[in-house]
Write a protein that binds this ligand. Structure first.
Ligand code: FPP
Ligand code: MG
Length: 297
């Protein structure tokens, strides 16, 4: 992962403007799931490492813009770039990262460059859908699935697909793995927002609902509540919650079975991901799934 980060730094140095590097260095690195996936499929060839750097730059750019859109002050437990430098710099740093990534992507075969660039277009549509869905309380489960596929899973799908092209494997099968992994990952992220503390999350807990995101646990919860509790839930939408409201929400999320149902959906998707690539017996891909699923919720 260190090699990938150094490569990104060297791409940024090619731009020959010190403030960009300074700002880039203030971004805290995440789990680098997409790179782990690419390397688990395609190994550590020069092409694979370049692809990792490209995908991480696109992902970082999307998070910089997302933090502006969500007006988020923290990312991964540290101040967001918009909090440190203001929204203008955060938007422009995002622009620099993804345009440099595309310039490097143009050196790849069309099958890969098309897949990744189409995924980024999808990513942007997904973010727009997410913002639109945030206009009001929404329990439209089909809209939720479509939005999380585009916002989260499509770039993971394209990463796995492209890595398989590099390795000469059946890319469609790895695409299915990536898509199912991506969907499961987003559901788990939505569950952890409710069940974990802000210290563990590195951002405020129970943040999604107050940001206007009616995620899958809230959709399942709504379906399970009686009429008066349904109204109570709706009344908490986009509110900053009191201690009693937090306790009520956490209690009904567990007692209604909404959390369990989400975890089960994520586990089913994880099993589908593994099934798609079972013939390859790739232990690293198996452990990526296991690390995501085998935990306390
Ligand atoms: C995080 O969602 C957001 C994304 C994964 C995608 C954001 C995509 C864009 C802003 C499109 C623009 C793309 C480029 C390349 C500039 P979240 O807010 O639900 O999660 P969070 O809790 O991590 O903020
Ligand atoms: Mg966000």
């Amino acid at each position: 992962m260190q090699e990938i980060n150094s490569l990104i730094s060297s791409f940024i140095k090619e731009l020959d403007y010190e403030p960009i590097l300074q700002m880039y260095e203030r971004i805290s690195t995440g789990k680098m799931l997409r790179s782990k996936l690419i390397m688990a499929i395609a190994g550590s060839s020069e092409n694979a490492i370049n692809l990792c750097a490209i995908v991480e730059m696109i992902h970082l750019a999307s998070l910089l813009h997302d933090d502006v859109i969500d007006e988020a002050d923290t990312r991964r437990g540290t101040p967001s770039i918009n909090a440190l430098y203001g929204t203008k710099d955060a938007v422009m740093l995002g622009d620099v990262l993804y345009s440099k990534a595309f310039s490097k992507l143009s050196g790849f075969a069309p099958e890969i460059s098309n897949k990744i660039s189409n995924a980024v277009a999808g990513l942007s549509v997904g973010e727009l859908m997410d913002v639109r869905l945030g206009d009001g309380f929404s329990v439209d489960v089909e809209a939720y699935w479509r939005m999380i596929y585009l916002k989260t899973a499509i770039l993971i799908e394209a990463s796995a697909y492209s890595a398989a092209v590099l390795a000469g494997f059946d890319a469609d099968k790895f695409g299915v793995y990536g898509k199912s992994l991506g969907l499961a990952f987003q559901i788990i992220d939505d569950v952890l927002d409710i069940t974990q503390s802000s210290e563990v999350l590195g951002k405020p807990a129970l943040n999604d609902f107050s940001e206007g995101k009616t995620t899958l646990p809230y959709i399942y919860l709504y379906e399970r509540l009686g009429e008066s509790d349904k109204e109570r839930l709706k009344s908490l939408y986009k509110k900053s919650l009191s201690y009693d409201e937090v306790m009520w929400l956490k209690k009904v999320m567990r007692e209604s079975g909404a959390i369990n149902e989400c975890v089960n959906r994520a586990k089913t998707l994880a099993a589908e991901a593994l099934e798609a690539i079972s013939e390859y017996k790739n232990e690293k891909l198996q452990s990526i799934i296991k690390n995501m699923i085998d935990r306390e919720f």
